[in-house]
Ligand binder design. Structure first.
Ligand SMILES: Nc1ncnc2c1ncn2[C@@H]1O[C@H](COP(=O)(O)OP(=O)(O)OP(=O)(O)O)[C@@H](O)[C@H]1O
Ligand SMILES: [Mg+2]
Length: 602
């Protein structure tokens, strides 16, 4: 196993490189869904062909009428052909929509799955750097813009290219000179679309940002409703929300203005082309250079060109947004866990019975100064206490013992082996951990307790709940152990949450149990019962418990005093009471307080 502290910075390579890199991410999906994409593009070509043929039919019928050929039945036949072609357009359109939009949805789902399973491999240092909001945005907004680029973007691109090429050929077939004349205003349209849609893109990003601001504010305010009430900030919050709403409307209106300009302008340009065609083409038709049917067909083709011209600018923007989002997703997918597994680590046959810390120094990633310095400690079967003022490094030491952060080589030994050489999954399975801030999933109480051992039976779950003195309380909920926790479920008190978190750790029966200040919210009566359960566990396991309260550490075999990231004393209660100033101070303070019958929650 090798450590990998260096996490790739978010590089900003040239666009082409970025596109190539992002495309590498998409390639396997394109291969997987190749039949969908190919079928969709074929159907799209079908639509375009049918559409392109309609003016040809009109031309033939008009020319027929002019020549006086065929009469009623010929006209009827042309009509039928047009209906058949229109039917073809409808059918093919149905298929491309299903195939290509379906493909883009599948792709979106696959990418989301890929992102999620990748996030599952990452660890604490990563989640400390990235906010939840950012990751949520990736999984929603960014994936949506990739989906849009792959769905509508791909369709419009293929459509625009095919249509432009085909329409131009058909027009040139009728008359090349007239085609050039008709096209002369179109580059302006393309340029104008490009300029306006770049503006549109910028405005649109602002609209999206403002919108996520609104969402975030609504989310956090509703979450913190109690605080809003207690500090009577309702009016203030409402005003802030209103201001955000106004900003949002302002930007959204600008988007509407630009969009509103785009369509009339394109209509205008198309009409200028039409004017040119009517003047020049009309004269050609009068001269007999082209037939009247050609003239009418030519005008139909001209209108068919307007959409692809507009689409090009729009598609460019869709792709631009898609590529930007894809690069953001790729950046997360390029992240590697801090513990890079260089092949399988050692899996010892015996369980953990000894942990030794040797001159352990620790600096949090990205921080300048060490939080732990020169820690030497040995842990074997039994209860060990960690005592120290707030900020002294107790939680940090617990994190390292649980291997939530990488540790320097040669500083932590398990059964005599450097922990870095041991299999990470094996080691983590050997450690049960009750963190300082208990975390509960919005799931049933039973599922929360058995999270670390899903195969546990109802009896196992109840017996561990009884051990931490919460069984009675759980039974009082209407659905007992099947009650859901969290929103729309039961609300638990701080002490109840702590005991469920503790029960979850105890249930694993792991050979190492780490409790980081896990009893701080538990009342004095229940505390004795919980301590007894922990002592029982410590008979056959290494139990390390950080606490602010000496009473909780009374049964400990040894207590280590941590101050400012350094060990200032290790030993039994009597030893520390005789030798360690901090221990003495705490002892006298807490003994005094206990005498007055107060509790000392952290
Ligand atoms: N994730 C982190 N990144 C950077 N610094 C951190 C991080 N977590 C803690 N620290 C710093 O490390 C020091 C020790 O923190 P730690 O949480 O280990 O203290 P503690 O002894 O558990 O305190 P408490 O008794 O309040 O729980 C503090 O100065 C804190 O600011
Ligand atoms: Mg702590």
């Amino acid at each position: 196993m090798k450590e990998n502290h260096s996490i790739k910075p978010s590089t900003n390579p040239e666009l082409s490189g970025q596109i190539a890199h992002s495309f590498a991410l998409l390639r396997p999906h394109f291969v997987k869904y190749r039949l969908w994409v190919a079928g969709g593009i074929l159907a799209l070509i079908g639509v375009d062909l049918c559409q392109l043929l309609i003016p040809r039919v009109i031309k033939s019928s008009i020319d027929g009428i002019e020549r006086g050929a065929g009469g009623q039945s010929a006209l009827f036949q042309w009509g039928v052909v047009i209906v058949v072609l229109a039917f073809g357009v409808a059918v093919f359109r149905y298929f491309w929509r299903n195939l290509i939009l379906g493909f883009s949805r599948f792709m979106e789902r696959d990418l989301r799955d890929q992102l999620f399973s990748h996030l599952m491999t990452l660890d604490r240092p990563f989640f400390q750097r990235r906010s939840t909001g950012e990751l949520m945005a990736l999984a929603t907004n960014d994936l949506a813009s990739v989906q849009l680029a792959l769905g509508m973007g791909l369709i419009s691109l293929v459509d625009a290219v095919i249509m432009t090429a085909a329409v131009l050929s058909f027009m040139a077939y009728i008359n090349p000179e007239l085609t050039l004349i008709a096209l002369s205003p179109l580059p302006f349209l393309a340029a104008l679309t490009k300029i306006l849609s770049t503006r549109l893109h910028k405005r649109f990003s602002t609209v999206q940002e403002t919108f996520s601001g609104i969402t975030e504010m609504a989310r956090s305010t509703i979450n913190a409703m109690r605080l809003v009430k207690i500090y009577t900030r309702e009016k203030d919050q409402t005003e802030r929300f209103d201001r955000l709403g106004r900003t949002y409307i302002k930007h959204a209106m600008m988007v509407a203005t630009i969009q509103g300009l785009l369509f009339p302008i394109s209509g205008l340009v198309a009409n200028i082309s039409l004017l040119l065609v009517v003047i020049v083409g009309g004269r050609m038709a009068i001269n007999g250079t082209i037939t009247i049917g050609d003239f009418v067909a030519f005008i139909s083709y001209l209108f068919m060109l307007v959409w692809p011209m507009m689409a090009i600018g729009w598609v460019a923007n869709l792709f631009q947004r898609g590529v930007t989002s894809l690069a953001r997703i790729q950046e997360i997918l390029d992240e590697r866990p801090s513990f890079e597994v260089g092949g399988p680590g050692l899996v010892p046959t015996v369980s953990v019975s000894l942990i030794e810390l040797r001159s352990l120094d620790f600096v949090y990633p990205g921080q300048a100064s060490a939080v732990l310095q020169g820690i030497n400690l040995d842990f074997s079967s039994g209860l060990f206490g960690l005592l120290g003022p707030t900020g002294s490094g107790k939680s940090t030491l617990c994190h390292l013992l649980a291997r939530l952060y990488p540790v320097p080589a040669g500083s932590v030994f398990v059964n005599g082996q450097d922990v870095n050489q041991l299999d990470l999954a094996w080691y983590r399975q050997s450690v049960a951990y009750a963190p300082q801030e208990p975390f509960l999933f919005s799931d049933t109480i039973a599922a929360n307790i058995s999270f670390g051992r899903p195969e546990a039976t109802a009896d196992d779950i109840q017996s561990v709940a009884r051990a931490v003195g919460i069984d009675d309380e759980i039974r009082q909920f209407t659905q007992g152990y099947a009650s859901r926790i969290g929103e729309k479920g039961v609300k638990l008190s701080g002490g109840q949450r702590q005991r469920i978190s503790l029960a979850r750790a105890l249930l694993t029966k792991a050979p190492v149990l780490i409790i980081d200040d896990g009893l701080s919210a538990i009342d004095a009566g229940t505390e004795q019962q919980v301590l007894a359960a922990i002592m029982e566990y410590a008979r056959s396991a290494i139990v390390i418990m950080a606490s602010h309260r000496l009473a909780q550490l009374a049964g400990a075999k040894e207590v280590a005093v941590l101050e400012g990231g350094m060990i200032t004393g290790v030993g039994s209660h009597h030893h520390l009471l005789a030798q360690n100033v901090y221990y003495q101070t705490i002892y006298h303070k807490q003994a005094g307080c206990s005498a007055k019958g107060k509790s000392h929650g952290a």
